[in-house]
Design a protein around this ligand. Structure first.
Ligand SMILES: Cc1cc2nc3c(=O)[nH]c(=O)nc-3n(C[C@H](O)[C@H](O)[C@H](O)COP(=O)(O)OP(=O)(O)OC[C@H]3O[C@@H](n4cnc5c(N)ncnc54)[C@H](O)[C@@H]3O)c2cc1C
Length: 861
């Protein structure tokens, strides 16, 4: 074993081997993988080996598609077969709601170039005759699904990596990790110490323990998982013989079941409701190539549904039940990337679908390590997406919830209950008493909307407009016409101070920093000129003679942004950065009467001239020391008021009392988001993400290329000079009873013109076939299915995608934001665009100016 390496990858499961392969392929050959036992000694060896491309996050779906396409490459390089069976598969819907879910997934697939198709239950049965199709209302066919040999695949990655120069050390446990002052890692193993520049945690079942070696509690938990294998079945053999094909994979939402052919029999796995964590606190180091005791009682309810839906399987004898552990993060997606607060410590763990995702994870992580950027939008699997609140017990509750709902629909207005409430503000009980429906905002309870007195404060979950529609409309109208108050504790808040603060922020941000007492809005870019942040920054009065800036940003991006800030902090200590989290909370008042209301609570002049739009001031509000921004996300006259939690009740009560004469209402986060829509304001992680440039994001006025050499300036200048390829636009949609939720395709009537924004189908997948084994192309016969398959329909073409939207209550319009080719972005013509909502293409029109207060006069008065 060598004593030095550029990077050490810990763990020889499918993920570690993929990371090793991708690092070697990217040109880092001075790398080694250290494995405690043999390759595949964690969860990889007993996997069912299924793979698919579908994922709730389109960006993760893209990486899954990459993984599947990669298998041929590693087979060729390594000479090792993965035993790939590209059979295709179907997802079966048993209710109209599940069919809506499939329509959404199918529509999303369009701009990803996925070749899915909505089909009837009978068409699905033709490819998997063991089902009773009368249990289902429809299905979605995905040609890029199948199964492989987990061990062969892991070894194929490993052999390919070795061929490219990587070293693999087996039977050698990493027992300790320490870091030198210069950043070098000491990887202490049973066979000695390796000095490494970078360490990657691919510990799978032991990833949590490896995290603890460096003082980090990763939100990952292993769950027991069972699948059964039947004896050979004559029906299967007969089907193979008569059609010349293998049976396809089937996913049954109702039963939380997946099933497929395995040799001459069937494999059937369950995500049972009564799920069980494995080793919830510590994973034993001596756990090896072992299986856990099957517990048939636990999966009996799922099997009961399974045998009803697939009666052909019930008759078969069960040959074996496999029960093995594998890991999950809170939302079921992996934990990938550099860990905030550490240098050159990387994660690629909690990969619950290693054979769908392992390749994509390896590619993104190796890009990140070698080139400084993952090269894709990997927010959906970024290790920074969870905060300190994701403790061991929180993780346990959330992972169990996620596992038991693995194939359940998550409605766009659905809040999940496990591990809540976690964090609350001092107003939590008051908000409940006000009949607030609360939501989870990065671990913090936040009012979403207020149910009418006497009614139960609860969402009726739906893909369509629901019971919050009326009350949110009331909140919006009262705020727009009088005044409203809302909690904004869930914003991220930071303070940057020190003699170097202004230079530091000027280097990071695209806009000029404000003068004392003023506010600016500013994006932040990475070196490649892509959007990685969007902030409100105020310059506070100097403290102890030093500059002090207050920064507000996206709540969910706190660790993501801290990681970036810390990476760029000057080494001389001239800049300090502090994240407040919930040690600073806030309230926002907005609407034409908000100034009159605030004036009653302060002892200084806040008239238009004395306290201008985009001013910042420290002042007492209702007797409490506060910071006040004259700005609001509603895009109206309004204020954000920030205070220590100990003062929040005092300020809120004062606002409520003073507001009575103005007809003050409480409004929630959903009303706030509705109001921002009618101002065409973007949101971080929806409209603004690292896949877009600042001019694509239509953030032009905040990009000051001439100010100084900020990070990403050169790339932004290039984007401006060449012209952005895409533009963010706002649409008014002729919707019926459902608004957009995000990720819907945008169609345009562009004739034969190809604007080149949508990826072409990858053309890699199994053909769909009928009961006779003949290939079928694109009938889309399912009831209510879109008649169109793919991304072109006559003169119409998918040219972009929706990022977010909803109903803009004050202007009474359904609105959507999204990206389209720049050449189309200013075309307000009717009849040019359609947005596909739940399988129905609805007319849509670009609205260049915001429909509410287009001149911005109201917010400036
Ligand atoms: C029953 C079952 C069915 C499944 N079915 C599927 C499926 O159909 N499709 C699919 O995609 N996925 C499936 N999975 C999940 C799949 O197995 C995992 O996604 C995958 O194995 C994760 O791989 P990994 O490399 O992250 O972790 P692991 O396979 O757990 O590998 C981690 C490795 O790290 C090593 N290690 C840990 N700590 C140290 C240390 N300190 N020093 C040195 N080495 C260390 C371990 O020995 C181990 O080999 C299934 C899992 C189970 C249990």
């Amino acid at each position: 074993m060598k004593s030095h390496a550029k990077a050490v990858v810990i763990g020889g499961g499918v993920v570690g081997c993929s990371v090793l392969y991708h690092l070697a392929k990217a040109g880092w050959t001075d790398i080694m993988l250290i494995e405690r036992s043999e390759l595949t000694s964690g969860s990889s060896w007993h996997a069912a080996g299924g793979f698919h491309t579908l994922n709730g996050d389109p960006n993760v779906a893209k990486l899954q598609a990459y993984t599947v396409q990669l298998y041929k490459e590693i087979e060729e390089i390594s000479g090792q077969s993965c035993s790939l069976h590209l059979t295709g598969g179907v997802m079966m819907a048993d209710t109209p709601e599940r069919m809506d879910f499939l329509r959404l997934a199918h529509a999303k697939g369009r701009y990803l170039g996925m070749d899915t198709e909505l089909i009837t239950p009978s068409e699905a049965k033709a490819m998997f005759p063991l089902m009773d199709e009368t249990n289902f209302v429809g299905a979605m066919w995905d040609p890029v699904e199948g199964h492989l040999d987990p061990s062969g695949t892991t070894h194929a990655y490993a052999k390919a990596a070795r061929k490219l120069g990587a070293e693999i050390v087996l039977r050698n446990r990493v027992v300790e990790l320490t870091q030198e002052v210069d950043g070098t890692w000491n990887v202490v193993t049973e066979q000695g110490t390796v000095k490494a520049e970078h360490v990657v945690n691919c510990g799978g079942l032991w990833a949590r323990e490896i995290g603890r070696m460096v003082g980090v509690e990763l939100p990952v938990l292993a769950m027991e998982h069972m699948y059964l294998l039947t004896e050979p079945m004559p029906e299967v053999e007969e089907f193979n013989k008569s059609t010349g094909r293998e049976m396809i994979g089937v996913l049954d939402f109702k039963g939380e079941i997946y099933t497929r052919q395995e040799r001459n029999g069937i494999l059937l796995g369950t995500y049972e409701k009564a799920c069980k964590p494995w080793s919830p606190v510590n994973t034993p180091w001596d756990f090896g190539h072992e299986l856990l005791q099957p517990d048939i009682d636990r999966i009996a309810p799922s099997l009961e549904i399974g045998f009803k839906h697939f009666p052909g399987i019930e008759k078969a004898g069960i040959k074996q039940i496999i029960n093995g552990p594998f890991t999950f993060a809170l939302d079921g997606n992996p934990l990938v990337g550099p860990v905030q607060g550490l240098t050159n410590f990387w994660c690629a763990c909690a990969v619950m679908a290693g054979f769908s995702q392992g390749g994509g994870v390896g590619l993104a992580l190796s890009n990140w390590m070698v080139h400084g950027d993952p090269g894709f939008d990997v927010w959906g699997m970024d290790v920074a997406r969870f905060g300190e609140w994701a403790t061991l017990r929180y993780t346990n509750a959330k992972v169990r919830e996620n596992y038991s709902r693995r194939f359940s629909i998550r409605f766009p207005n659905e809040e999940l209950p496990a591990a809540r409430p976690a964090q609350t503000t001092p107003l939590y009980d008051t908000m409940l008493a006000n009949n607030a429906v609360m939501g989870d905002s990065w671990g913090l309870e936040t009012p979403l909307w207020f149910a009418p007195k006497g009614s139960e404060p609860k969402d009726i979950v739906s893909f369509h407009r629901s019971n919050d529609f009326g009350p949110i409309g009331e909140e919006v109208r009262a705020t727009r016409e009088r005044v409203g108050v809302t909690e904004i504790a869930n914003f991220a808040k930071y303070e940057v101070s020190g003699p170097g603060a202004e230079d530091f922020l000027n280097r990071l941000m695209t806009n000029r920093m404000p003068k004392s007492g003023r506010i600016v809005l500013t994006p932040m870019l990475n070196e490649f000129g892509r959007l990685i942040g969007d902030f409100t920054i105020a310059k506070a009065g100097p403290s102890g003679g030093e500059d002090r800036f207050m920064i507000w940003g996206s709540s969910a991006a706190q660790k993501y942004h801290m990681r970036w800030f810390e990476k760029h902090l000057p080494k001389d200590g001239s800049v300090r950065i502090h994240r407040f989290d919930q040690t600073l909370v806030g309230l926002s008042i907005a609407g034409p009467k908000s100034r009159d209301l605030l004036q009653k609570l302060v002892d200084v002049d806040i008239s238009t001239k004395a306290f201008r739009f985009m001013d910042f001031r420290e002042m007492a509000v209702g007797g409490a020391p506060c910071m006040v921004n004259r700005i609001t996300y509603t895009g109206d006259l309004g204020y954000e008021i920030w205070m220590a939690p100990a003062y929040q009740r005092l300020v809120y009560n004062a606002i409520k009392e003073a507001g009575e004469e103005f007809g003050l209402v409480d409004f929630g986060m959903r009303a706030l988001l509705s109001m921002r829509l009618e101002k065409n304001f973007p949101t971080w992680f929806r409209e603004l993400r690292p896949i877009y440039g600042p001019f694509e994001g239509s953030m032009d006025r905040f990009i000051k290329l001439e100010k100084n050499d900020f990070i990403g300036r050169e790339a932004a200048a290039k984007e401006q000079a060449e012209g952005p390829k895409l533009r963010r636009v706002s649409f008014i949609v002729d919707a019926a009873d459902a608004d957009v939720m995000g990720d819907e395709p945008i169609w345009a009537k562009v004739g034969g013109k190809d604007y080149g924004t949508v990826e072409k189908p990858h053309g890699y997948g199994a053909p769909r076939f009928d009961a006779g084994g003949n290939e079928v192309r694109g009938s889309n016969a399912a009831e209510g299915a879109s008649a169109v398959r793919g991304i072109v329909d006559g003169d119409w073409r998918v040219v972009g995608w929706v990022t977010s939207g909803g109903y803009a209550h004050y202007v009474e319009k359904s609105m959507a934001q999204g990206y389209v080719p720049a050449a189309l972005a200013e075309n307000e013509s009717a009849g040019l665009f359609e947005v596909e909502i739940l399988g129905h293409r609805r007319p849509a029109r670009i609205n260049v100016e915001p429909p509410f207060d287009p001149s911005g006069e109201k917010m400036r008065t």
